[in-house]
Design a protein around this ligand. Sequence first.
Ligand SMILES: NC(=O)c1ccc[n+]([C@@H]2O[C@H](COP(=O)([O-])OP(=O)(O)OC[C@H]3O[C@@H](n4cnc5c(N)ncnc54)[C@H](O)[C@@H]3O)[C@@H](O)[C@H]2O)c1
Length: 358
Amino acid sequence: MATGAIRIGVIGCGFYAQNHLHAWKELAAEGAQLAAVCDIDAGKAEAAGRAFGVPSYADAAIMFASERLDAVDIVTRHDTHRALCELAIARGVATIVQKPFAPSWDDCVAIVEAAEKAGVWLAVHENFRFQTPMRHIRRVIDSGAIGTPNWARIAFRTGFDVYRTQPYFYDEERLAIADVGIHMLDLARYFLGEVERISCETQRRNPKVKAEDTATMLLRHTSGAVSVVECTYEARRDPDPFPQTLVEIEGDKGSIVVRPGLRMRVTSHGKATEEDIGSPLRSWTSQPWHVAQEGAFVACSHFLDCLKRGVPAETSGRDNLRTYALVDAAYRAAAEHRAIVPAQWGENVAASKSRRAQ
Ligand SMILES: NC(=O)c1ccc[n+]([C@@H]2O[C@H](COP(=O)([O-])OP(=O)(O)OC[C@H]3O[C@@H](n4cnc5c(N)ncnc54)[C@H](O)[C@@H]3O)[C@@H](O)[C@H]2O)c1
């Protein structure tokens, strides 16, 4: 990787990309250089180019041909991820791509294989595990205060109007699990480790959406721990915790409980303490989104650090296949009314079939 600033191109200048653009700008002091932006909607590309003082493009291939980029940050929707990743990988440009990684497991595997074959650094911008409260929880687990975690509930339950900023949600074929359940499943792995099997019940509580807007999942982890992983866009709660993730983890020596309001209560060896684990507000972040925006910032900061050091990201393409496999397994579990063993990359088809049949 380059020894000077890391020159980054951002592809997709829509709703969520604004957070990435601000994050890269703020990370200039750490060695990030936002070098160019691109969107097939030329108006959006130009607006972002003007706002951030960089050249703008309406075609990613032209951006790659015109700019010397060390890394590209793809913030388009999943249907475009494979083609854009392959374009970047073919040019040897380190690639970050937003979740969901791609529309299908085969697409995700093809991207990882292309990157590994070309020796190109690849990460998925899976950001919930980088949110400040989630980092605090991991710190408490690592401290040994609750002993070995053996049960958890990880929940994203809101009635916040997510359709206003993401109207495409109405027509998605896979909604709650693929969009936000994916973050909950990644957190389940982050806190409790890999997953042996998963079952799932889905609901479509809002008749205006095409797919499921609610999912309740049950995971058996390889450690023996069990977790309940929930997500819904149709909860009617006061207070509505949006966009906060609620977490409860029990271990053999204590527990961690994070309730709305970003306060974490830790019980360790019978003694309880409470601390504020809220995210800071930055000049470009605002309530209530700042919890999620901070996650995007810390994720970008982690990717920059990994790029500078030439090491894989925590959420490398290879790592994220494990989260993606849980998403696919959850949908299959809901459709087939049984627990499903998640797919593993590299497993041959016969082994995978026989494992899944168990
Ligand atoms: N991590 C999170 O917390 C979080 C939150 C919201 C969205 N997201 C993810 O971010 C991604 C983008 O979502 P969004 O809500 O910003 O969508 P959006 O529709 O607002 O923005 C996508 C942009 O990509 C552009 N685009 C499409 N194809 C392109 C191409 N080939 N080249 C260049 N530009 C292209 C579109 O014109 C659009 O402006 C999705 O994968 C979504 O899941 C993540």
